[in-house]
Design a protein around this ligand. Structure first.
Ligand SMILES: Nc1ncnc2c1ncn2[C@@H]1O[C@H](COP(=O)(O)OP(=O)(O)O)[C@@H](O)[C@H]1O
Ligand SMILES: [Mg+2]
Length: 229
């Protein structure tokens, strides 16, 4: 799969821009604050539905304008994919001209990996950074995973509402079990996907790291979760 072209309209510092990419490696260079990362951000949005830098979509729209558009063309196994993103009051996506029902419909159309200096936080910072990394990777490969994550988050929300009701409205504590069971069921499935992904990564990185360190270092990753089987 490769990205052929990206068209930007009122996106960040770009008013109108069309960028064509080579099939192989592309190097984008320039002075600071010229818009290099903005290009990567546009690609990220067309692949994953949201930015890696902000949750506030308004920031993506050029300050002088009130809407923005991104178009990304890519080829996968000789098939062309066109993703359009419209940012206005709401964010809208189109896959080959057809409106996407939900943002997650665009996942898996383009596989991308973003690697930035901040990625060191995957190792340094709290577990939520590692979970986020896993979520981004697995979501592209497994549509079911996105669905599970959404369900899991909704269940947490509902459980929290119920916890408040127990405290303030004297609802029976026994019923909490319903939410707990749901969380365990969904959490277990999420765990399985993550474990599978880490095992696959493990197979790949071992050889790569051995080669890059001239056979000096052996690397492995393990998924350590609180869930015990
Ligand atoms: N909403 C916006 N409207 C106009 N310009 C913006 C907007 N958001 C960011 N910029 C501009 O984009 C530039 C930063 O782009 P960026 O891609 O991060 O730079 P770099 O080339 O250093 O990676 C800055 O000049 C900033 O002012
Ligand atoms: Mg940058």
């Amino acid at each position: 799969m490769y990205i052929n072209k990206i068209k930007l309209e009122n996106f960040r510092n770009y008013e109108k821009e069309e960028i064509e990419f080579d099939k192989n490696v592309n190097i984008i260079y320039g002075d600071n604050a010229q818009g290099k990362t903005n290009i990567l951000e546009a690609i990220f949005i067309c692949s994953l539905g949201k930015s890696f830098r902000t949750n506030k979509e308004k920031e993506l729209i050029n300050k002088e304008k009130d809407y923005s558009k991104i178009e990304m063309l890519s080829s996968k196994e000789d098939r062309n994919v066109k993703i359009n993103c419209e940012l206005e009051e709401k964010k809208k996506f189109y896959i080959n001209e057809i409106p996407a029902k939900k943002t997650s419909d665009i996942l898996g159309k383009n596989y991308i990996v973003l690697f930035t200096p901040e990625d060191i936080t995957i190792l340094k910072n709290e577990p939520s950074k590692r979970r986020r990394f896993l979520n981004i990777m697995i979501s592209q490969l497994r549509p079911m995973y996105v669905h599970l994550l959404n369900q899991y988050n909704k269940t947490i929300e509902q459980r929290n509402i119920y916890l408040k009701q127990i405290k303030y409205e004297s609802r029976p504590i026994e019923n909490l079990e319903v939410w707990n069971e749901q969380l365990v069921r969904l959490g277990q499935k999420i765990y399985e996907y993550r474990k599978e992904f880490i095992e696959k990564i493990n197979e790949k990185i071992y050889d790569i790291h051995l080669k890059t360190t001239e056979n000096k270092e052996k690397i492995s990753v393990k998924y350590i979760s609180n869930i015990r089987k």
